[in-house]
Design a binder for this molecule. Structure first.
Ligand code: MG
Length: 382
């Protein structure tokens, strides 16, 4: 389903303390708003609209300017005005659905988005919500009046998802002198059917300074480290150079393969696929497909790094071992590490390229070909 993500980030949000509205403050090393923006983009949003307060444009461009498909829109005095501005901007993309999200709920992931989009089949709107588990009290001041029945009560979260046309119609019918507390209430008033999808404590809204501390703990705890390994080998043939770890090295032979036969990049690509449970290099780039004939193996690595990103993952480090009698790897090691750093975006000290011989034993020892191994660590949501 083609959807547009709208992030409402026009609030002042100063209850969290400090001078800077909470959506622009760093959380686990990244501005709060960027977490949601990246998650919506990785979840397949056709476009991303961010609604900001007038005057915040420079700030948002510094934080999100390098993201593709991003539209920056200025909002109004109330949240409802900002949502209306975002919806108007969404028209240009002709979406079937729209997801409206609070900037201050950073830990959105693909699972949340998939559940919402699935719920739109048969509904006009959908929202993640958690059942109320605390006992509820009605009080006057600090004086308890009574206990309120919590059965059937839910805590609404965002993103809230809607069929685009239905929400536009619902907002058009909403009275100008009333302020909805969320977007689903606009759909409910218009008589639309709204579904609940599983809420998640991770979708917590950051409001107070303590929320940032809790979010840092939750965000850290909700990620796991995965390890993957890859192995590859290619046979030597007639030629005058080989490609290893993205570097062209003059040699007495070439390596034979369907692509450029870069065994270093192939092992690394397989290791990444292994860590994220996405099959192997042959599944993604079949040697029978003419598209990959003579291909630079950089493309394989870039593709699987995109898969990591789509899972909300982060490559932590890379360790490649090349096994051959020749060519001599050592003179090219730094260039290989620098090339891998360029391709992965990792700092140099998280990239290792090592080399060993097999003491003239076996097929690498007989110089029939060379072999490679790679190990990676990747951090992903649990
Ligand atoms: Mg290979």
């Amino acid at each position: 389903m083609k959807f547009v993500g709208i992030i409402v980030a026009a609030g002042k949000g100063l209850r969290a303390g400090g001078e800077l509205p909470k959506q622009w403050r760093p959380l686990l090393g990244k501005p709060v708003v960027r977490w949601s923006a990246e998650a919506l983009q990785a979840s397949g949003a056709a476009a991303l609209i961010i609604v900001i307060a007038p005057g915040d444009r420079d700030r948002v461009e510094a934080i999100l300017g390098n993201m593709s498909n991003l539209t920056i829109v200025e909002g109004g005095a109330e949240r409802v005005d900002s949502v209306r501005a975002g919806l108007e901007a969404a028209r240009a993309f002709d979406p079937q659905a729209v997801l409206i999200h609070d900037a201050a709920r950073p830990f959105l992931n693909q699972g949340h988005v998939d559940a919402l989009l699935a719920a739109l089949i048969g509904h006009d709107g959908a929202l993640p919500a958690l059942p109320v588990s605390d006992t509820l009290k009605a009080a006057q001041g600090v004086e308890v009046l009574r206990t309120v029945d919590r059965a059937g009560l839910w805590r609404a979260q965002t993103p809230q998802a809607f069929r685009f046309d239905a929400l536009m119609a619902a907002y058009a019918a909403w009275p100008a002198d009333e302020t909805p507390t969320d977007d689903c209430s606009v759909m409910e008033r218009a008589g639309g059917r709204v579904a609940i999808t599983p809420g998640d404590p991770l979708l917590m809204k950051l409001t107070y300074a303590e929320d940032f501390i809790m979010a840092e703990q939750l965000g850290g705890a909700a990620r796991i480290t995965r390890v993957g390994q890859g192995v590859d080998s290619h046979r030597f043939g007639e030629g005058d150079h080989v490609w290893l770890c993205g570097v062209k090295i003059p040699h007495t032979h070439c390596l034979i393969g369907h692509s450029d036969a870069d065994a270093g990049l192939h092992a690394l690509t397989d290791a990444i696929l292994g860590a994220i449970g996405e099959g192997d290099i042959g599944d993604h780039f079949p040697p029978t497909d003419p598209k990959w004939k003579g291909a630079a193996s950089d493309a394989f690595l870039i593709h699987v790094l995109d898969l990591v990103k789509a899972k909300g993952g982060l490559l932590i480090n890379v360790d490649v071992t090349l096994i051959c009698e020749s060519p001599k790897v050592k003179p090219h090691r730094l260039a290989m590490r620098e090339r891998l750093a360029e391709l992965t975006g990792l700092p140099l000290d998280r990239i290792s390229v090592k080399a060993t011989t097999m003491e003239e034993m076996g097929f690498t020892g007989r110089r029939e070909g060379l072999a490679s191994q790679a190990i990676v660590a990747i951090e992903t949501p649990a």
